[in-house]
Write a protein that binds this ligand. Sequence first.
Ligand SMILES: Nc1ncnc2c1ncn2[C@@H]1O[C@H](COP(=O)(O)OP(=O)(O)O)[C@@H](O)[C@H]1O
Ligand SMILES: [Mg+2]
Length: 368
Amino acid sequence: MPRYIGLISGTSMDGIDAALIEVAGESISLQAYLEVPYPADLREELDRTVTTGTASLPGLAALHVRIGREFSAAALSLLGDAGHSSEDVAAIGSHGQTIWHAPTGRFPCTLQIGDGASIAVHTGLPTVCDFRSADVALGGQGAPLVPLFHEALFGHAGKPTAVVNIGGIANITLLAGDGSGELVAFDTGPGNTLMDCWISQQRGLPFDEAGAWARGGRKHSGLLERLLAEPYFTRMAPKSTGRELFNLAWLRERLATEAWQAPEDVQRTLLELTAVTIAKDIQLHQSGGDAVFVCGGGARNVLLMERLAALLPGRRVRGTDEVGVPAAALEAMAFGWLAHQRMTGQAGNAPSVTGASRPSILGALYLP
Ligand SMILES: Nc1ncnc2c1ncn2[C@@H]1O[C@H](COP(=O)(O)OP(=O)(O)O)[C@@H](O)[C@H]1O
Ligand SMILES: [Mg+2]
């Protein structure tokens, strides 16, 4: 039974999620999981790069290698903790760190850094990375890439099922549930990123633990409406987004025209924005659904989970933990599975989701 390691740091840029999975035919199981926070100076450098859209060339080239080394170290710690050696693993799938995502325009592009050669050399393992470029070259969004994995995990429930991944950005996958592979999936908009930006700016904290600060605030209806007026929310899929759009500058522009008082009211309103946009899109694109499985760091935000449940009456909203898949591990597992797809010559994208002109084997392979 081949084993793979999946590595990712998402748009939150909080650190690396590493998962060791085993793939046996249709069945995929998690063997071990690890979260490795980025050092504070690395997080700051990445944040600066992404939010200002600028970096020096020497700085960027060095960052590419530094992240590759951080990813290798995470993979080696994971193996050590799990009591495995490199020989037990077929390949690594490394998403890397997105620093720019602009899949539309004259030169559609998406850029993930984290040097694959470094990862292959330091771990001794074949390493697949740069998963998104092929889909973008085929006219697709390059995102989301997790839906086929969601289908593999949850697509045989016998009834319509929704999977919600709440990272920095949130994405939903709506599964027909009959194993037909019929998929609707796209980025709904901000997940945690605006909440993280706001609490970081106001209180110097990286995130709002369990949503407790937001709970002390009140939803500001005028502000919520103003935020919801963003055209992205009503654009038709395929669509994907990132911190190039949803960032502190975007929020500040909207705050400037609304009379708000308490910063916790803003936090509460940002949480509502995430919940409302996800719930609306699920209701719009899936009727008769029952289960809603939530993964990503947002599943740990208790108030956000409560609001999703309230906005989706008649559906059971649960963290994927409750069905045996740790919510924080799921996206890393997906990139381990995408490495399996690459190594076995199978497509990793769903053209109906990304808008690519055809299915494609995704990723560039580096050998140790
Ligand atoms: N205990 C928690 N309470 C509230 N929010 C949390 C908690 N743990 C993580 N988060 C949120 O989840 C984010 C990280 O989620 P993750 O799935 O790693 O996102 P990404 O894929 O964008 O890196 C954090 O930045 C934070 O906003
Ligand atoms: Mg993360």
